[in-house]
Ligand binder design. Structure first.
Ligand code: PLP
Length: 297
């Protein structure tokens, strides 16, 4: 996220950010630390940002250099549609930036088809590789913007103009690569291709739906907007009578299951249950539902 903003923004640039959860909030924070003027397109937590709203913001701020949005808002469980925004940005100078940290490897992410110029992810969510690496990809249009910067990139470590030379033919030394992490990622990706992308996405959809259905039967209410719920992260209001922290502590200590609490403005109001990559398995759902049945009596 930091690399995605720090390389393309210079002080005084304008950036449009969709904010409907913690990670959109974080993007807005990172962009403003780059000295950019941040135009926030706010959405209600748990709901998507209407693509039309982002497009209007671009029309109203034609000088904007980047339009940024989160694909899978892990803090709320909402699955953001954005193809329209990508198509709108494609013929224009503006760069379209998408956070795919939670979506990559769990549902379709078509970077080029969907007109994304700057796309980053993480290894620790649906790719199910060790944490610590952040895959990032930049379109040609994005690289042109990078190469036409007036000032040096403020961050030495994340400077893509230097990393480009290290990654490219030249192999010009920049930093010591964490090769054990790269082997871990490579193995994670081999496992994904063995399973097949479509099978993997289907597994996340089927089990995500099953978990949501089972939770509803126990009295939980789904938090994220209907029709736009993430398969790999289910967000739910817990039933009356359940105490947030004590219940989650019991799940962790007695059943070895970690359930995420609400973050930011939904802290203490919702739970977030992940079924990401390797952890997206039927037996994990059975285990959680069984534990909840014991806890909720
Ligand atoms: C988890 C997550 C991040 C942050 O990843 P870290 O590796 O914890 O910094 C960013 N964006 C989204 C949407 C995420 O789910």
């Amino acid at each position: 996220m930091e690399a995605a903003f720090v390389n393309f923004l210079e002080p005084g640039d304008t950036v449009i950010v969709g904010v409907n959860g913690l990670f959109g909030e974080r993007m807005s924070d990172v962009a403003s630390r780059c000295g950019a003027k941040v135009i926030r397109v706010e959405g209600q937590w748990g709901r998507i940002i209407e693509p039309e709203g982002m497009i209007q913001a671009i029309q109203g701020n034609p000088e904007a250099k980047i339009c940024a949005i989160v694909h899978a808002e892990t803090s709320t469980g909402s699955h953001q549609p954005f193809e329209e925004i990508g198509s709108f940005c494609r013929p224009k100078e503006i760069l379209f930036l998408v956070d795919t940290v939670t979506s990559l490897g769990g549902c379709d992410v078509r970077v080029d088809d969907w007109g994304i110029d700057i796309c980053y992810s993480g290894t620790q969510k649906c790719l199910s590789a060790p944490p610590g690496l952040s895959p990032i990809t930049i379109s040609r249009k994005g690289m042109e913007v990078l190469h036409s910067r007036k000032k040096q990139v403020q961050s030495w470590y994340l400077d893509l103009t230097m990393i480009e030379r290290y990654w490219g033919e030249e192999r010009f030394y920049h930093h010591t690569a964490p090769i054990s992490m790269l082997y871990g990622l490579r193995e994670g990706l081999r496992i994904i291709f063995e399973e097949g992308l479509e099978t993997r996405f289907q597994r996340h959809r089927t089990l995500g739906d099953r978990l949501k259905m089972d939770l509803e039967k126990l009295g939980f209410k789904l938090f994220a907007q209907e029709g736009y719920r993430l398969p790999m992260l289910s967000s739910v209001y817990f039933p009356r009578g359940v105490e947030d922290l004590p219940a989650r502590k019991r799940l962790l200590n007695e059943y070895n299951i970690e359930v995420g609490g609400g973050l930011g403005q939904v802290r203490g109001k919702i739970w977030r249950i992940g079924l990401m990559g390797e952890t997206c398995q039927d037996q994990n759902i059975a285990c959680l539902i069984g534990a909840l049945q014991e806890i909720l009596v």
